[in-house]
Design a protein around this ligand. Structure first.
Ligand SMILES: NC(=O)c1ccc[n+]([C@@H]2O[C@H](COP(=O)([O-])OP(=O)(O)OC[C@H]3O[C@@H](n4cnc5c(N)ncnc54)[C@H](O)[C@@H]3O)[C@@H](O)[C@H]2O)c1
Ligand SMILES: O=C(O)[C@H](O)COP(=O)(O)O
Length: 394
């Protein structure tokens, strides 16, 4: 099977996939080339740069199109049309663990950068001018960090901030046990009290507009290493220009260039109370290795064994399907044709099969069918009539 890694993949992951028997192509394709080439690949691996829209997915899944899975080497899947993939029978998986620390460290780094004005001091010294009084900063110790979104990355930021003697408050609809976060009941409460606000929700919603910026302390800093869309850039521009808030540090933007070396334009860059980085949260060798290995592993497992774990557009397990399910256990001879007969028996009884799992016993097989109807004695008898079936229980 063929895998296209369109946004790069560490050598270790490429080698792993080759050892697993896949052929791996890492040559980056632009959109037009992808449209033509993708139908010949079984899997597409991307980071955030490649936009995988409906047109591309449909083109790759027409009758002869082979695309079966899209793997996102990272967390955010907002660059992939998950619904189109679902409609076309393409599973999307992600690899959310490898870049937690890298991103959390970047958030803390951005907080220091904006609080101590390091980039501005660096810039003036590089241009040959000594400024000391102008770059008086603030310390993080004793300040309140307010997290909007307290998931994997938010929690990691909270732990690091605690080690810096910060107070950590946060808002999330889901609360982690044993968290360093002092949970608030609303985002507004966080905005009211925080000296540093860090967005870590991801997703496609705009959370910070003018009213939210108005609520923040005038001495507060906003950090966004989540997604550009989470903060309305126009509103942020005016809040920074008018001194409504003290500063901001951004890693993500409403519009991001797709390729290395492309121009970046934003009026935010005119301001001198903002620090900008080019979506660098996950850009460490460690994160690339961990994330690359993670996505290679879960994509390989889908193609080789039909394993749905770490899927984001379909249930990872039957439990996630959200419907009433029942199990029926069949011990049978391990020979060809058995599953066809089981399928026919269930079909004749009008029973919809959700999933079946099977393991070899000594000379026999143990199969569990997960079905959408409650098992009955009629079902049991019909299955027992099949030649080679030893036992049926439910
Ligand atoms: N800058 C980077 O390079 C970089 C790297 C990795 C991840 N990210 C971004 O960080 C995001 C978070 O990653 P994660 O692994 O922590 O994801 P996660 O799913 O573990 O955490 C996100 C949390 O945000 C919460 N949330 C969602 N909407 C919310 C809202 N309106 N208000 C409050 N909470 C809300 C969710 O309940 C969840 O707990 C990713 O989705 C991605 O967009 C950026
Ligand atoms: O969602 C993510 O994992 C981050 O935004 C990282 O994106 P990248 O892999 O393109 O650096």
């Amino acid at each position: 099977m063929r895998i296209l890694a369109n946004d790069g993949l560490v050598d270790e992951a490429v080698n792993f996939l080759r050892r697993e028997g896949f052929s791996v192509d890492t040559e980056k394709r632009d959109y037009e080339d992808l449209l033509g080439d993708l139908p010949d690949f079984d899997a597409l691996l991307v980071r955030s740069a490649t936009k995988v829209n409906r047109e591309l997915i449909e083109a790759a899944t027409t009758k002869r199109g082979k695309l079966k899975i899209i793997g996102r080497g990272g967390v955010g899947t907002d660059n992939i049309d998950l619904q189109a993939a679902k409609e076309c029978g393409v599973v999307v998986k992600f690899a959310p663990h490898g870049n937690i620390n890298a991103t959390a460290e970047h958030v803390i780094g951005l907080m220091f950068a904006i609080a101590r004005k390091v980039p501005f001091a660096h810039h003036t010294l590089k241009s040959g001018i000594w400024h000391k009084a102008r770059f008086k900063g603030v310390e993080l110790q004793g300040k309140t960090l307010g997290l909007i979104g307290c998931g994997r990355i938010g929690q990691a930021v909270a732990n690091k901030a605690k080690d810096l003697d910060m107070k950590v408050i946060g808002f999330d609809m889901q609360r982690w046990m044993d968290s360093e976060v002092d949970y608030m009941d609303s985002m507004e409460e966080v905005l009211d009290h925080a000296d540093f606000v860090s967005i870590n929700t991801g997703g496609a919603h705009t959370l910070i507009r003018e009213p939210e910026l108005e609520r923040m302390k005038s001495s507060a800093f906003l950090i966004n290493a989540s997604r550009g869309v989470n903060v309305e850039e126009d509103a942020l521009y005016y809040a920074l220009k008018n001194g409504r808030i003290a500063g901001a540090a951004l890693d993500c933007y409403e519009k991001e260039p797709k390729r290395e070396g492309e121009p970046f334009t934003s009026k935010l860059a005119e301001l001198d109370n903002i620090v900008l980085s080019a979506h660098l949260g996950a850009s460490t060798a460690n994160a690339a290795r961990k994330t690359g290995m993670e996505i290679a592993d879960v994509v390989s497992k889908y193609l080789k064994y039909g394993d749905f774990r770490q899927s984001v557009n379909v249930g990872q397990t039957v439990i996630d399907e959200g419907i009433d399910l029942y199990t029926i256990f069949i011990t049978h001879e391990d020979k060809p044709g058995m599953f066809g007969k089981f399928g026919t028996a269930f079909g004749d009884l009008g029973v919809n099969i959700q999933e079946n799992n099977s393991r070899r016993l000594d000379g026999l097989a143990q199969t569990i069918y997960t079905i959408q109807e409650k098992p009955t004695s009629e079902m049991q008898e019909k299955l027992l009539e099949i030649d080679g079936v030893r036992r049926v229980v439910y």
